[in-house]
Design a protein around this ligand. Sequence first.
Ligand code: PRT
Ligand code: MG
Length: 215
Amino acid sequence: MTGITIALSKGRIFDETLPLLAAAGIVPVENPETSRKLIIGTNRDDVRVVIVRATDVPTYVQYGAADLGVAGKDVLIEHGGEGLYQPLDLNIAKCRMMVAVPEGFDYARAVRQGARLKVASKYIRTAREHFAAKGVHVDLIKLYGSMELAPLAGLADAIVDLVSTGGTLKANKLVAVEEIMPISSRLVVNQAALKLKRETLAPILDAFANAVKKD
Ligand code: PRT
Ligand code: MG
């Protein structure tokens, strides 16, 4: 197979990757928001897009079910990145990984006093490394979504989540107290495909690199 399969998640990653694909001369023939198809053709016979959950993109690329993919740094850290070549920060789907607590909770004081904090997150690895580096003792609680509910429902003292506009935190009376890292999405490439399909992949990677918007 000399064809190329690109793994994308629908929503912001698909939308923000479209201009980069266009720069490489690749135009998907359907929109995953309106089509139920999980395999989407493009204007090029040798290129197709598969639509997967954002957290599954690294897995598809790692095992070679997709040659290329676009995944957030948040997702890549939790996945671990094994078997993935990460040549390019695409500077899209940007946000920040933050620690947030209920309004009125004195986080700085709790940390100073060496309190043991209950922290709920989808991003257990990121959270563990962050608090370990600060020397803060935490009990981590793994969630799969709606992290903002955890402190309100009494499940946790704090959460680690992505913040972009801050609207979700505000609507749930939470405040960000610490930035863990800035997040953007990266291009991931299967390591074997990079060698075996170099002739097809190299021009696509070059076009992406030239089309990336710098801040
Ligand atoms: O939504 P779904 O459960 O299907 O999957 P997902 O959330 O993993 O995927 P998706 O498409 O929502 O996000 C894909 C990638 O976009 C993530 O892996 C991030 O790298 C990136 N990204 C950028 C974000 C955000 N901005 C973002 N704001 N991902 C999620 N959010 C969420 C955040 O978790 C919080 O619930 O939006 C909410 C906060 O937004 P504000 O604007 O209210 O601050
Ligand atoms: Mg989401």
